[in-house]
Design a protein around this ligand. Structure first.
Ligand SMILES: NC(=O)c1ccc[n+]([C@@H]2O[C@H](COP(=O)([O-])OP(=O)(O)OC[C@H]3O[C@@H](n4cnc5c(N)ncnc54)[C@H](OP(=O)(O)O)[C@@H]3O)[C@@H](O)[C@H]2O)c1
Length: 199
Protein backbone atom coordinates (compact mmCIF):
# COMPACT_ATOMS: atom_id res chain seq x y z
CA UNK A 1 0.00 0.00 0.00
CA UNK A 2 1.00 3.64 -0.49
CA UNK A 3 0.39 5.31 2.88
CA UNK A 4 0.58 9.00 3.83
CA UNK A 5 1.52 9.53 7.47
CA UNK A 6 1.04 13.15 8.55
CA UNK A 7 3.05 13.71 11.72
CA UNK A 8 5.30 10.73 10.99
CA UNK A 9 8.19 12.37 12.86
CA UNK A 10 6.17 12.94 16.04
CA UNK A 11 5.73 10.90 19.21
CA UNK A 12 2.52 9.26 17.97
CA UNK A 13 3.04 9.25 14.20
CA UNK A 14 6.45 7.64 14.54
CA UNK A 15 4.80 4.59 16.18
CA UNK A 16 2.63 4.17 13.07
CA UNK A 17 5.62 4.59 10.75
CA UNK A 18 7.70 2.04 12.69
CA UNK A 19 4.85 -0.48 12.73
CA UNK A 20 4.06 -0.18 9.01
CA UNK A 21 7.50 0.33 7.45
CA UNK A 22 8.97 -2.55 5.47
CA UNK A 23 5.56 -3.79 4.27
CA UNK A 24 4.34 -0.60 2.58
CA UNK A 25 5.47 2.51 0.73
CA UNK A 26 5.34 5.26 3.36
CA UNK A 27 5.10 8.96 2.53
CA UNK A 28 6.23 10.75 5.69
CA UNK A 29 4.72 14.20 6.05
CA UNK A 30 5.37 16.91 8.62
CA UNK A 31 5.10 20.63 9.09
CA UNK A 32 8.86 21.01 8.61
CA UNK A 33 10.08 17.40 8.53
CA UNK A 34 9.43 14.43 6.26
CA UNK A 35 9.33 13.71 2.53
CA UNK A 36 6.63 16.35 2.01
CA UNK A 37 5.72 19.38 4.14
CA UNK A 38 2.16 20.46 4.92
CA UNK A 39 0.31 22.69 7.32
CA UNK A 40 -2.96 20.86 7.92
CA UNK A 41 -4.38 24.06 9.41
CA UNK A 42 -4.32 25.51 5.87
CA UNK A 43 -6.65 23.94 3.33
CA UNK A 44 -4.54 25.16 0.42
CA UNK A 45 -1.53 23.40 1.91
CA UNK A 46 -3.55 20.15 2.28
CA UNK A 47 -4.58 20.35 -1.39
CA UNK A 48 -0.97 20.96 -2.37
CA UNK A 49 0.11 17.87 -0.38
CA UNK A 50 -2.39 15.64 -2.25
CA UNK A 51 -1.30 17.13 -5.58
CA UNK A 52 2.25 16.04 -4.69
CA UNK A 53 1.36 12.55 -3.44
CA UNK A 54 -1.27 11.62 -6.03
CA UNK A 55 -3.38 8.53 -5.33
CA UNK A 56 -2.78 6.57 -2.14
CA UNK A 57 -4.31 3.62 -0.31
CA UNK A 58 -4.30 5.04 3.20
CA UNK A 59 -3.94 8.34 5.04
CA UNK A 60 -2.96 8.58 8.70
CA UNK A 61 -3.08 11.88 10.59
CA UNK A 62 -1.23 12.14 13.92
CA UNK A 63 -1.00 15.89 14.43
CA UNK A 64 -2.89 18.64 16.20
CA UNK A 65 -3.00 20.43 19.53
CA UNK A 66 -5.39 22.27 21.81
CA UNK A 67 -5.40 24.67 24.77
CA UNK A 68 -4.36 23.41 28.19
CA UNK A 69 -5.73 25.21 31.26
CA UNK A 70 -8.40 25.15 33.98
CA UNK A 71 -11.94 25.28 32.66
CA UNK A 72 -12.90 28.21 34.94
CA UNK A 73 -10.18 30.35 33.33
CA UNK A 74 -10.76 29.24 29.75
CA UNK A 75 -12.37 31.51 27.17
CA UNK A 76 -14.53 30.23 24.34
CA UNK A 77 -11.80 31.35 21.98
CA UNK A 78 -9.25 29.19 23.81
CA UNK A 79 -11.65 26.23 23.70
CA UNK A 80 -11.94 26.69 19.93
CA UNK A 81 -8.18 26.01 19.62
CA UNK A 82 -8.93 22.31 19.91
CA UNK A 83 -11.36 22.62 17.03
CA UNK A 84 -9.17 24.83 14.85
CA UNK A 85 -5.83 23.17 15.56
CA UNK A 86 -6.78 19.51 16.07
CA UNK A 87 -10.29 18.48 14.97
CA UNK A 88 -10.93 20.63 11.89
CA UNK A 89 -7.47 20.08 10.32
CA UNK A 90 -7.92 16.29 10.61
CA UNK A 91 -11.45 16.53 9.18
CA UNK A 92 -10.16 18.63 6.29
CA UNK A 93 -7.48 16.02 5.52
CA UNK A 94 -10.39 13.58 5.02
CA UNK A 95 -12.70 15.90 3.09
CA UNK A 96 -9.93 16.98 0.71
CA UNK A 97 -8.46 13.49 0.52
CA UNK A 98 -11.45 11.38 -0.54
CA UNK A 99 -10.74 11.79 -4.30
CA UNK A 100 -7.12 10.77 -3.72
CA UNK A 101 -7.80 7.56 -1.78
CA UNK A 102 -8.16 4.40 -3.86
CA UNK A 103 -11.26 2.17 -3.65
CA UNK A 104 -11.23 0.18 -0.42
CA UNK A 105 -8.61 2.48 1.12
CA UNK A 106 -8.73 4.12 4.53
CA UNK A 107 -8.32 7.20 6.69
CA UNK A 108 -7.05 6.95 10.26
CA UNK A 109 -7.33 10.01 12.52
CA UNK A 110 -5.86 10.51 16.00
CA UNK A 111 -7.85 11.59 19.05
CA UNK A 112 -6.67 10.65 22.55
CA UNK A 113 -7.52 9.48 26.03
CA UNK A 114 -8.79 12.74 27.53
CA UNK A 115 -12.46 12.34 26.60
CA UNK A 116 -12.68 9.06 28.54
CA UNK A 117 -10.06 9.57 31.29
CA UNK A 118 -9.82 13.32 31.94
CA UNK A 119 -7.02 15.32 33.52
CA UNK A 120 -7.05 18.81 35.01
CA UNK A 121 -6.72 21.40 32.26
CA UNK A 122 -7.67 18.97 29.51
CA UNK A 123 -11.22 20.15 28.64
CA UNK A 124 -10.28 21.65 25.28
CA UNK A 125 -8.40 18.55 24.12
CA UNK A 126 -11.12 16.25 25.46
CA UNK A 127 -13.66 18.16 23.37
CA UNK A 128 -11.53 17.97 20.23
CA UNK A 129 -11.05 14.24 20.74
CA UNK A 130 -14.82 13.79 21.04
CA UNK A 131 -15.32 15.74 17.81
CA UNK A 132 -12.82 13.53 15.97
CA UNK A 133 -14.25 10.25 17.26
CA UNK A 134 -17.79 11.46 16.46
CA UNK A 135 -16.78 12.49 12.95
CA UNK A 136 -15.33 9.03 12.31
CA UNK A 137 -18.49 7.26 13.51
CA UNK A 138 -20.75 9.48 11.43
CA UNK A 139 -18.61 9.59 8.30
CA UNK A 140 -18.02 5.82 8.06
CA UNK A 141 -21.58 5.11 6.90
CA UNK A 142 -21.30 7.70 4.13
CA UNK A 143 -17.82 7.02 2.76
CA UNK A 144 -17.81 6.25 -0.97
CA UNK A 145 -16.10 3.38 -2.84
CA UNK A 146 -15.60 1.17 0.20
CA UNK A 147 -13.26 3.67 1.89
CA UNK A 148 -12.97 2.99 5.62
CA UNK A 149 -12.36 5.56 8.38
CA UNK A 150 -11.28 5.08 12.02
CA UNK A 151 -9.53 6.95 14.79
CA UNK A 152 -6.81 5.78 17.14
CA UNK A 153 -7.20 7.07 20.69
CA UNK A 154 -4.02 6.45 22.66
CA UNK A 155 -3.37 6.98 26.32
CA UNK A 156 -0.29 8.94 27.32
CA UNK A 157 2.61 7.40 25.39
CA UNK A 158 5.70 6.17 27.22
CA UNK A 159 7.77 8.29 24.84
CA UNK A 160 5.86 11.43 25.96
CA UNK A 161 6.00 10.98 29.74
CA UNK A 162 8.81 13.51 30.21
CA UNK A 163 7.06 16.14 28.07
CA UNK A 164 3.84 15.88 30.13
CA UNK A 165 5.49 15.26 33.50
CA UNK A 166 3.01 15.78 36.37
CA UNK A 167 0.01 16.40 34.10
CA UNK A 168 -1.33 12.80 33.96
CA UNK A 169 -1.35 11.58 37.60
CA UNK A 170 -2.17 7.88 37.87
CA UNK A 171 -2.16 7.25 34.12
CA UNK A 172 -0.32 4.11 33.03
CA UNK A 173 1.68 5.09 29.91
CA UNK A 174 1.22 2.97 26.79
CA UNK A 175 4.02 1.52 24.69
CA UNK A 176 4.91 2.73 21.20
CA UNK A 177 4.49 -0.84 19.99
CA UNK A 178 0.84 -1.05 21.10
CA UNK A 179 0.01 2.36 19.62
CA UNK A 180 1.67 1.34 16.33
CA UNK A 181 -0.40 -1.84 16.26
CA UNK A 182 -3.58 0.22 16.59
CA UNK A 183 -2.69 2.05 13.36
CA UNK A 184 -1.96 -1.31 11.70
CA UNK A 185 -5.40 -2.55 12.76
CA UNK A 186 -7.06 0.45 11.14
CA UNK A 187 -4.96 0.48 7.94
CA UNK A 188 -4.41 -3.24 7.29
CA UNK A 189 -7.58 -4.62 8.90
CA UNK A 190 -11.26 -4.38 8.01
CA UNK A 191 -12.83 -2.18 10.69
CA UNK A 192 -14.60 1.11 9.95
CA UNK A 193 -16.33 3.77 12.03
CA UNK A 194 -14.38 2.69 15.09
CA UNK A 195 -12.15 4.36 17.63
CA UNK A 196 -9.30 2.02 18.49
CA UNK A 197 -8.54 2.60 22.18
CA UNK A 198 -5.01 2.04 23.46
CA UNK A 199 -5.04 2.14 27.29
N1 LIG B 1 1.99 12.11 22.77
C1 LIG B 1 0.99 11.49 23.41
O1 LIG B 1 1.18 10.86 24.47
C2 LIG B 1 -0.41 11.53 22.83
C3 LIG B 1 -1.39 10.71 23.38
C4 LIG B 1 -2.67 10.74 22.86
C5 LIG B 1 -2.96 11.55 21.79
N2 LIG B 1 -1.99 12.35 21.26
C6 LIG B 1 -2.36 13.18 20.11
O2 LIG B 1 -1.60 12.78 18.99
C7 LIG B 1 -1.36 13.90 18.13
C8 LIG B 1 0.13 14.01 17.86
O3 LIG B 1 0.79 14.24 19.10
P1 LIG B 1 2.36 14.03 19.31
O4 LIG B 1 2.58 13.90 20.76
O5 LIG B 1 2.84 12.95 18.39
O6 LIG B 1 2.92 15.44 18.81
P2 LIG B 1 4.43 15.77 18.38
O7 LIG B 1 5.37 14.79 18.98
O8 LIG B 1 4.59 17.23 18.65
O9 LIG B 1 4.46 15.53 16.79
C9 LIG B 1 3.59 16.24 15.96
C10 LIG B 1 3.88 15.85 14.52
O10 LIG B 1 2.89 16.47 13.71
C11 LIG B 1 3.49 17.38 12.80
N3 LIG B 1 2.65 18.58 12.79
C12 LIG B 1 2.38 19.42 13.82
N4 LIG B 1 1.55 20.40 13.42
C13 LIG B 1 1.30 20.18 12.11
C14 LIG B 1 0.54 20.86 11.13
N5 LIG B 1 -0.13 21.98 11.40
N6 LIG B 1 0.51 20.34 9.88
C15 LIG B 1 1.19 19.21 9.57
N7 LIG B 1 1.94 18.52 10.45
C16 LIG B 1 2.00 19.01 11.70
C17 LIG B 1 4.88 17.66 13.32
O11 LIG B 1 5.73 17.96 12.22
P3 LIG B 1 7.16 18.73 12.43
O12 LIG B 1 7.95 17.86 13.37
O13 LIG B 1 7.74 18.80 11.07
O14 LIG B 1 6.81 20.05 13.04
C18 LIG B 1 5.22 16.33 14.00
O15 LIG B 1 5.69 15.39 13.04
C19 LIG B 1 -1.92 15.13 18.85
O16 LIG B 1 -3.19 15.44 18.33
C20 LIG B 1 -2.04 14.66 20.30
O17 LIG B 1 -3.09 15.31 20.99
C21 LIG B 1 -0.74 12.35 21.75
Amino acid sequence: MRIIIIGAGGSVGSTAAEALEGRHELIRVGRQSGDIQVNIGDIGSIRDMYRQTGKVDAVIVAAGHGHFGPVAEMSGEQWMKGIYHKALPQVNVVLEGIPFVNDGGSFTLTSGVLNRDPISGGTCSASANGAIDGFVLGAAVDMPRGIRINSVSPGLLQNSVERFRGKFPGHDPVSSRRVGLAYCKSVEGVITGQTVLVD
